[in-house]
Design a protein around this ligand. Structure first.
Ligand SMILES: *[C@@H]1O[C@H](CO)[C@@H](O)[C@H](O)[C@H]1NC(C)=O
Ligand SMILES: *[C@@H]1O[C@H](CO)[C@@H](O)[C@H](O)[C@H]1NC(C)=O
Ligand SMILES: *[C@@H]1O[C@H](CO)[C@@H](O)[C@H](O)[C@H]1NC(C)=O
Ligand SMILES: *[C@@H]1O[C@H](CO)[C@@H](O)[C@H](O)[C@H]1NC(C)=O
Ligand SMILES: *[C@@H]1O[C@H](CO)[C@@H](O)[C@H](O)[C@H]1NC(C)=O
Ligand SMILES: *[C@@H]1O[C@H](CO)[C@@H](O)[C@H](O)[C@H]1NC(C)=O
Ligand SMILES: *[C@@H]1O[C@H](CO)[C@@H](O)[C@H](O)[C@H]1NC(C)=O
Length: 507
């Protein structure tokens, strides 16, 4: 991160000139691995470098098993959100989990001591994922879901080979939370089970996933709602247990299952078409879920696991089972968004001037380095939108002295206006000169525009509607788990904007 301002501008300009062709999407999946020039297969099935090689990078479909960066090892911790110091934008995070416990894309804000996940009108929502992985452990999340037909909130454990352990909240039925699991992204429509509980939007509940090598328990408020034994997941065809078994991130999200452009099965599952004129959108400008805390307790890794360190997990073959994973001391941090697991410091090793030109030529011939904001859910749905173009301050639910405002803040001393200032700093950091302080706090010299609320910011609205036009979903027996990311012809301007911002960020 030592390049001069002028080289940053040069990179941005070159990127601007060549992007329309440079960013042609290379997809990856079963039987089609990424090329060496864009070696990392993102969780959405697209090849790239940089952030594509961090959380969600699928070693099964990447160029080779070393393309993805090693995964930060499990860390015990309890996280609350008096501010967003523990949350870093995916446009900035390079793999140093000690700097940020969570990585966000979309619209995450601090709200009266809690973490607000927003889905503004016409957008594809927000995803916040832990920077560290859990390889067996217990995760408790205290949260309130979103509401309204077509609006889905999720709390899942999600591995890079797409093992999944899920809670999903469909806003049309607030008396039910759906539990589910997947093995290596294989769609199976028979694994969902419901747990009944009191209104998930109105009430805080503690949702727990207790994940062991041989069983998983889903508990709500300490009461077991479902138990899955590994031995019940045996697949006689493959001779394998279709059981979640690989290191997984904690992923919290809100997304529009009921988007009109989604597959009919997805819309039906989500309870119908989303209503962009819902009471919450009218009042606040967005639908939302609220997370009060996340607690992670790490269990010992499997006894058979090869352990030659205590820093990271990595896959040693592309089978994607727990036997493919070892524990190492290998570093998890990329030097820049030009890098991948194949060479984690390709940019840093060059001199200032040559790195500018090598970045430029890389941009001209290669591919994207920051996946769009995306949400994948157990339903097989995936969707994406450009990251971090928020330039507005949200109206916080309960912000007029309602119950939300009254909880949480007294101990931290954070006033609601400070929280809101944090939100604007974080959300504007991509369009300004930013840096991370050594404490992990995001410090920003704010020069952006668009300070207002979500529903009134025009720059916000145009970016958001452009991206949602390019959304695709699959569910209900349609193609693959990561079939999203349909390219929109109207997304060109957005891609350019992202590219320029990205170029400016290549400090
Ligand atoms: C779970 O509840 C939803 C309604 O919220 C219903 O549509 C679905 O069929 C239920 N699933 C199971 C497995 O009972
Ligand atoms: C699966 O394992 C559990 C716990 O070890 C045991 O109680 C149960 O009987 C087993 N079920 C089958 C089908 O083997
Ligand atoms: C069993 O494994 C096969 C081969 O991987 C897969 O195609 C099939 O979907 C699995 N069956 C179930 C019920 O998941
Ligand atoms: C949401 O956006 C749509 C499309 O621009 C608009 O018709 C609708 O009125 C908006 N909803 C609200 C509550 O502003
Ligand atoms: C990967 O799986 C295949 C078959 O599923 C097996 O033959 C092979 O030994 C496995 N490789 C490793 C390194 O475990
Ligand atoms: C946010 O925008 C909405 C719609 O324009 C407006 O009604 C509301 O008063 C605004 N809220 C704030 C805090 O500015
Ligand atoms: C995601 O970004 C890539 C470039 O990084 C672009 O080619 C693609 O169209 C985008 N996908 C969507 C759904 O916007």
């Amino acid at each position: 991160m030592l390049r001069s301002v002028s080289s940053r501008v040069a990179v941005a300009l070159v990127a601007l000139a060549v992007l329309p062709n440079a960013l042609a999407t290379i997809t990856c999946g079963e039987g089609s691995l990424c090329p060496q020039s864009a070696p990392c297969c993102s969780q959405y099935g697209e090849c790239g470098i940089g952030a594509y090689c961090l959380g969600g990078c699928n070693p099964k479909f990447s160029f080779n098993v070393d393309s993805c960066a090693p995964q930060p090892i499990c860390v015990n911790g309890k996280y609350t959100f008096p501010n967003l110091n523990s949350v870093e934008l995916n446009t900035k995070y390079l793999g140093d989990s000690s700097q940020a416990a969570f990585v966000s894309s979309g619209y995450a804000y601090p709200a009266n001591g809690d973490l607000l996940l927003a889905m503004p009108n016409q957008t594809t929502g927000t995803v916040v994922a832990s920077s560290t992985y859990v390889w067996y452990g217990k995760v408790d999340v205290v949260m309130k879901s979103s509401r309204g037909q077509g609006v889905v909130t999720a709390f899942i454990l999600f591995s890079d080979v797409q093992d999944e352990i899920d809670y999903e909240f469909v806003g049309a039925d607030l008396g039910t939370v759906q539990t589910n699991y997947y093995y290596q992204g294989i769609l199976d429509w028979h694994n969902s089970q419901n747990i009944s509980l009191s209104d998930t939007f109105a009430n805080w509940h503690t949702y727990s996933v207790d994940w062991h090598e041989d069983y998983i328990q889903w508990s709500v408020d300490g009461q077991v709602g479902r138990t899955l034994f590994k031995n019940a997941t045996y697949n006689a065809t493959s001779g394998e247990y279709d059981y979640p078994q690989t290191p997984s991130r904690v992923q919290l999200s809100i997304w529009p299952g009921g988007l009109a452009s989604n597959a009919p099965g997805t819309i039906a599952w989500a309870g119908g078409l989303i209503d962009w004129d819902s009471a919450d959108i009218q009042q606040y400008g967005y639908d939302y879920a609220i997370v009060q805390s996340v607690n992670v307790e790490c269990y010992a890794p499997p006894s058979f696991a090869t352990q030659s360190g205590g820093k990271s997990y990595r896959y040693v073959n592309q089978n994607g089972t727990q036997e493919s994973v070892i524990i190492t001391n290998d570093d998890t941090v990329l030097a820049s968004f030009d890098d991948s697991g194949l060479d984690m410091s390709s940019g840093a090793s060059s001199s200032t001037s040559s790195s500018a030109s090598s970045s430029a030529s890389k941009s001209a011939t290669s591919t994207a380095s920051i996946p769009n904001v995306s949400v994948v859910s157990s339903s097989g749905a995936s969707t994406s939108t450009s990251s971090a173009l928020t330039s507005s301050i949200p109206t916080v639910p309960g912000g007029n002295g309602g119950p939300e405002l009254q909880r949480g803040d007294s101990s931290s001393g954070t006033t609601s206006s400070q929280s809101i200032a944090d939100a604007s700093m974080v959300s504007q950091s991509t369009s300004t000169t930013s840096s991370s302080s050594s404490s992990g706090a995001i410090t920003t010299s704010v020069t952006g525009t668009g300070v207002g609320n979500l529903s009134t910011s025009s720059s916000f609205t145009s970016a958001a509607s452009t991206s949602s036009a390019g959304t695709g979903f699959s569910q209900g027996g349609s193609t693959s788990h990561s079939a999203g990311a349909v390219v929109s012809p109207t997304s060109g301007a957005l891609v350019l904007l992202v590219a320029v911002i990205f170029g400016l960020l290549m400090v």
